[in-house]
Design a protein around this ligand. Sequence first.
Ligand code: SAM
Ligand code: DTB
Ligand code: SF4
Length: 327
Amino acid sequence: MTTTSATLERNIDTPAARKRWTVAEIEALFELPFLELVYRAQAVHRAHFDPQAIQRSTLLSIKTGGCSEDCGYCSQSARNDTGLARERLMPVAEVIASARAAKARGATRFCMGAAWRGPKDKDLEPVLEMVREVKALGLQTCVTLGMLKDGQAAQLAEAGLDYYNHNLDTAADFYDQVITTHTLQDRLDTLDKVRGAGINVCSGGIVGMGESRTQRAALIAQLANLPTPPDSVPINNLVQIPGTPLAGAGALDPFEFVRTIAAARITMPASHVRLSAGREQMSDELQALCFMAGANSMFYGERLLTTDNPDADRDDRLFARLGLRPV
Ligand code: SAM
Ligand code: DTB
Ligand code: SF4
C-alpha cells in the first residue's frame, strides 16, 4: 500500500482520527527523507507540547540481578554471565534517601526498577511502602517490577502509584529471538491490568538489537495501537553488555535511532517520548536531533539501572546550550 502525505496528515492530529496504524504506514514514515521526517515530527510535537520542555525521571534499581528471565539484552538475567552481583531488595530508607537526592537535583519522577519476572506478594508490601513514601516527598512515582498478578495493580494504585513501566521491547516476530521465558502477550496482559487499575502506562522498547526496520516500525505500531497510547514511551538504544547474547549486535545507524523517535512522536502525538537508555554513548548533537524529532523526556542522573547515564552536570550544560527547559 502506498501512503500519501494526505493520509499521514489525517492520522496524526485529532483524537477523533485515531485509528490503527499499519506497519506499512509507519515504515513509510521511516522511509521519508530524514529532514522531512524530522520536520513533520517537530510539527506534531509543537501542536501538543511546549517544544522546550523536557521531563526528567530518575531511575533506581531497588532489586538488582539474579532475574529468572532470559532477556538477551539484560545485565540482570541470571542466565547471562555479566559479573553483576545479585542483591536483595533495597531497604525502604535507602530508597527514600535516593529519591530525596533525585528531587533535590531536579527530577520530577522517581522510577524504581526490580529484576523480577514479577513481584511475589511478600515482595510487594515493601514496594508499596516505597511508593507511599516517595509520593509523600512530592515526586511522581513509577515502578517497573515485571509481570503483575491479579490484584497487584490495584494495590499499587491504592498506594498512590502514578506510572507503571512495562516495555513491549520489540516486534512480535522478533520477540522470541530476544526473550523466551515470557511472551509479548504476557506483557500486553500486564499492561491491561495496569490500565484497568487507573495507573498511567509507560511502555516502549529497545532498538539496535539486530531487528529490521520493518520490525522497528512494527514495535511502534504495537505501541501506538494499544487500547490507549502509553502516557510515556521510552525508546532505548541497546546498551551492549559484555556477557549478554546481544553484546556484539551491529550498532544502529544513529539517524535510524532518530527516525524511531520521530515515528513514535508522529504516531503517539500526545505521549511523552523518552530518549532513554544509550544517551551515555550519544553525542550532544545526536541528542539535540532526538529532541528535534520530538523526544521530550529523559532519564536524569548518573545511573540507569546497572549502567551509566550522563552526569546531571553534563545534562544541565546541554539544557543550557540548547535553551531547553527541564521540568
Ligand atoms: N524486570 C522488569 C521488566 O523486565 O519489565 C523491569 C526492569 S527491566 C531492566 C526494564 C527495561 O529496561 C526492559 O524492558 C528493557 O526495555 C530495558 N533494558 C534493559 N536492559 C537494557 C539494555 N541493556 N539496553 C537498553 N535497554 C535495556
Ligand atoms: C526503560 O525503558 N529503560 C530503563 C527503564 N525503562 C527501567 C532501563 C534501562 C536499562 C539500561 C540498562 C541498565 O542500566 O541495566
Ligand atoms: Fe529480568 Fe527485566 Fe532484565 Fe528481563 S529485562 S532479565 S525481566 S530484569
